[in-house]
Design a protein. Structure first.
Length: 166
């Protein structure tokens, strides 16, 4: 009887430790829902329209995968891809592309990252943060300059901020 009890405890301990070890090897993360990504793209597009800009807006998830792209009817043909690359760059480098444009100028220490495939160091890409984590990125292309693209992206983010924090 003692042997069976001891064997039972040993087996239970083994399985419990295996389950704990497996749990430590897994990670969890937050990401934007498709509905919120679409809402952010719409709010950002509206912000640009209010300023008279015809743009494209792209939203990528935390891994840089495209979730949504909206292109206004008169935005240039290049704007959807440019917006996607700005959003991807913001997520990949975990900073906005307006700052990256300055930090990666020729002659600066980080200038080499301009050679990363798909990286685009032009203002208009902004990481999306929620509860202390980057959950995606927004990219805007088509306004007259990177600063205007960046402003539109931030106005769109401000519109959904409450949904990101809860």
């Amino acid at each position: 009887m003692f042997k069976q009890l001891f064997l039972g405890i040993l087996v239970t301990t083994f399985f419990a430790s295996t389950i704990n070890a497996r749990a430590e090897n897994l990670v969890t993360f937050k990401s934007l829902s498709p509905d919120l990504a679409l809402e952010l793209a719409q709010k950002t597009l509206e912000a640009c329209r209010k300023e008279g800009f015809q743009v494209a807006v792209s939203i990528v998830d935390r891994f840089g995968n495209l979730q949504v792209t909206l292109r206004d009817q008169l935005a240039g043909a290049h704007t959807p891809e440019t917006a996607r690359r700005k959003a991807w760059t913001a997520v990949s480098f975990r900073t906005d592309t307006l700052a990256m444009a300055d930090l990666t100028q020729a002659g600066k220490e980080q200038s080499g990252v301009r050679f990363v495939v798909d990286a685009l160091m032009i203002g208009g890409g902004v990481p999306i943060e929620a509860q202390g984590a980057i959950v995606g990125g927004v990219g805007v292309s088509g306004a007259p300059g990177g600063k205007a693209d960046d402003t539109c992206a931030r106005v769109g983010l401000e519109e959904i901020l409450e949904k990101l924090e809860f």
